[in-house]
Design a protein around this ligand. Structure first.
Ligand SMILES: [Zn+2]
Length: 150
């Protein structure tokens, strides 16, 4: 409107076009009592996106925190890989090394330290493995055996 007077209206085609477009909408909204309020709507949109951003960063923070507190995941992996390693390196025994009666079905760790040492593992039957567990170890929350009194 007043831009017509100072001449800026003619400069920069795209800007003035969008500006006149805005003006058109503004004029339209003025007469439209039921219409949405443009300022309000954009304000809400901005607020929402900011909240989303905030939520996202929070969840990201949480993720990092979880990763840090879940260091056991690395242990879990090494535990599994160790078991895998033992199964590949330790000679498979058909008979339980403890009772020498039952069929050996499980590899049991002897020291509870999970050394990368085949001698730290034994092929046991389910029963002996269980007895070994309750005798000298207790399972932690992940089913790994930790020596009692540690
Ligand atoms: Zn046995």
């Amino acid at each position: 409107m007043d831009r017509n007077k100072d001449g800026t209206f003619k400069k920069g085609g795209t800007y003035t076009m969008s500006d006149s477009h805005k003006n058109k909408i503004r004029e339209k909204l003025k007469g439209n009592t039921h219409g949405f309020k443009k300022g309000h709507k954009t304000g809400l949109g901005r607020k929402l996106s900011e909240e989303t951003k905030c939520k996202m960063s929070n969840s990201h923070k949480g993720m990092f925190l979880n990763e840090k507190s879940h260091n056991w995941k690395g242990d879990e992996v090494s535990y599994r890989s160790l078991h895998y390693w033992v199964r590949n390196h330790k000679e498979k025994k058909e008979i339980c090394e403890e009772c020498k009666i039952n069929k050996a079905t499980e590899i049991a760790n002897i020291s509870g330290e999970y050394k990368r040492d085949v001698d730290d593992f034994k092929w046991l039957c389910r029963k002996c493995h269980y007895l070994l567990d309750i005798k000298s170890y207790e399972k932690d929350e992940f089913g790994r055996f930790t020596k009692k009194g540690n």
